[in-house]
Write a protein that binds this ligand. Structure first.
Ligand code: ATR
Length: 273
């Protein structure tokens, strides 16, 4: 029987996940369908249960349900537990396994696709919301030399640094405290690109040879990437690769097969970009 998967969210119609997973399935010869599932804002758990009862095998979870999915899961991977957010559910009998593949997707895009080795490098993560929190553990596991979190509201950055203390040393503060510091990898995990804004980043933070990574995709050159380009970053990347790689990590969790991501990346790249 054909196995069923979907991405659940609200809104969800715009999601690229069905296209990505259809490509993965055809490439690996897996017999599955992957659709979108629009859940009412007050009906996430019900929608998940109904999908599971109808024979669904797994779900990706997107805005605004990632935290609810974290609460709903009966078993969590360590990275999902720390992220307090789940983007992948796998149904196995009565067990609902919750995972978060966002950070692994980001790391894979940075290392495998962009050829940037994180080990021994100085990382700056901008933002302290859900998106930032979801990628911290996989980044720390790459053994950076230094890891800093900057946030407009510094207390939130301090809280994250405390929380992840058992897994690595993180310095935290407001943007102004970065004056005079230099980083090899600067990641924008704020929602600033969504509103066309630029976090108040000192111009000198980009080391020669540095990579500027915006987790946002589909917005062209964001204000952050433009700023990075003008201030010495050697390499720029948006979050399209992360999107495809996190999908591949979910696919692997569900099917035990690792799809190739490059063909899908080519398919999704804006033609003029
Ligand atoms: P998400 O789930 O996308 O992380 P979130 O949890 O609402 O969304 O967090 C948004 C993050 O973007 C926060 O770190 C926020 O900073 P504050 O905690 O100070 O609010 C950050 N952010 C949003 N707009 C920003 C801007 N224009 N400049 C700097 N940081 C911004």
């Amino acid at each position: 029987m054909t196995d069923r998967y979907a991405v659940v969210g609200n809104p969800v119609a715009h999601s690229k996940s069905p296209l990505i997973h259809a490509e993965f399935a055809s490439q690996t010869g897996q017999d599955l369908t992957y659709t979108t599932l629009l859940a009412p804002l007050d009906g996430f758990a019900r929608s998940v249960r109904e999908f599971q009862e109808a024979g669904g095998k797994g779900l990706n979870v997107t805005v605004p349900f990632k935290q609810e999915a974290w609460k709903l899961a009966t078993s969590l991977t360590q990275r999902a537990e720390l992220a307090q957010a789940v983007n992948t559910l796998k149904f196995d009998g009565a067990t609902i396994l919750g995972d978060n593949t966002d950070g692994a997707g980001l790391v894979r895009d940075i290392t495998a696709n962009l050829g940037f080795s994180v080990r021994g490098k100085k990382i700056l993560l901008m933002g302290a919301g859900g998106a930032a929190r979801g990628v911290i553990l996989p980044l720390l596991e790459q053994y950076p030399a230094l890891f800093a979190i900057a946030n407009r509201t510094p207390d939130k950055a301090h809280e994250l640094a405390q929380l992840f203390l058992p897994h690595g040393d993180i310095s935290s503060g407001e943007y102004a405290s970065l004056a005079g510091c230099h980083f090899d990898l600067v990641i924008n995990a704020t929602s600033s690109s969504l509103s066309g804004e630029l976090p108040p980043l000192p111009a000198g933070v980009f080391s020669p040879g540095s990579l500027a990574y915006d987790m946002m995709y589909g917005k062209g050159l964001t204000p952050f990437l433009q700023f990075a380009q003008a201030n010495g970053a050697a390499q720029l990347a948006d979050g399209l690769g992360m999107l495809v790689e996190q999908a591949a990590e979910s696919f692997f969790l569900w099917r035990g097969v690792r799809p190739e991501t490059q063909p899908v990346m080519v398919l999704l790249k804006p033609k003029n970009g």
